[in-house]
Design a protein around this ligand. Sequence first.
Ligand code: COA
Length: 222
Amino acid sequence: MTTSIHPLGGALVLENVGTLVRVRQLRSEDLPRIPGLMRRVYAPPQYGPEAVWSEHSLSRHLEIYPQGQFVAVTSEGRLAGTATGMRVSLTRALGPHTWHGITARGTLESHDPQGKAFYGVNIAVDPELQGLGIGRLLYRARLRVGQEEGCLAFVAGARLAGYHRHRAMAPEEYLGEVCAGRIYDPTLSKQLALGFIVRGLLRDYAPDPQTGGHAALIYRAL
Ligand SMILES: CC(C)(COP(=O)(O)OP(=O)(O)OC[C@H]1O[C@@H](n2cnc3c(N)ncnc32)[C@H](O)[C@@H]1OP(=O)(O)O)[C@@H](O)C(=O)NCCC(=O)NCCS
C-alpha cells in the first residue's frame, strides 16, 4: 500500500487509508482490544504468554506507570498500535539484561519511578498499517514523556526480526551488517531510521525463533 503521510502535530493523516491516526495515553476502555492486536503482530506468539498480555496484566501496567503506556487510534476508533514503557536505572538498562529480567516477566513490577532510563518494553503496530509512520508517532510520544519526566535516555532491546534469514552469520556480524545498511531488518532498520543508536548485542534477550533470541541494545539520549 502506498500512502503519503503528513505530520500534523501529534497525529498523522493517512491519505490512502483516508483516516487520521492519533497517539494518546492508554485508557482502561482500550484494554479488551490489545490482546487481539498483539496476536496479529506476533502470530504465532513468539515470546510466550507475556507478549500477549491479558487485560488484567495491562490494567496492572496502567496502575504501575500510566504515563508510559500509549495507543495509536484512528479517527474511526480502530486500534492501530500500542507501546508499553517503564523506567529503570540507566545502569540496569545499559548493562547486559534479558526482557524477562528487566520487565519482571512483562509485569512491570520492576518499574523504578526514579529510574533515569525510559525503557521500551514493547511496541507493536497493526501489520496492515506498518510502514506508514505510526511507529514514529508512538516513539515520539515515549521520547516526549521520558524527557518531561527527567529521564536521560530512551533504551530498549530491539528484536533482530530478520536474523532467521541469515543464521549462517553470528548475531554480532548480522547486527553489523544491519547497522551498515547492507541488510534490511524489519524491526531494527526502522529504529535506525528513527535515529536510535546501537550500543551492542543483547544475547538471549527473549526466546524467539525469528531472532534466535537476540536483540540490539538501542539508545537515544533525551
Ligand atoms: C517496529 C514497528 C513498531 C515500527 O512501526 P511502523 O509503524 O511500521 O514504523 P514507521 O512506519 O513509523 O517507520 C519508521 C521508520 O522506518 C523506515 N521504514 C518504514 N518502513 C520501511 C521499509 N519498508 N523499508 C525501509 N525503511 C522503512 C522509515 O524511514 C520510517 O521513518 P520515517 O518516518 O522517517 O519515514 C512495527 O514495524 C512493528 O509493529 N513490528 C512488529 C513488532 C516488533 O517487532 N516490535 C518491535 C519490538 S523491539
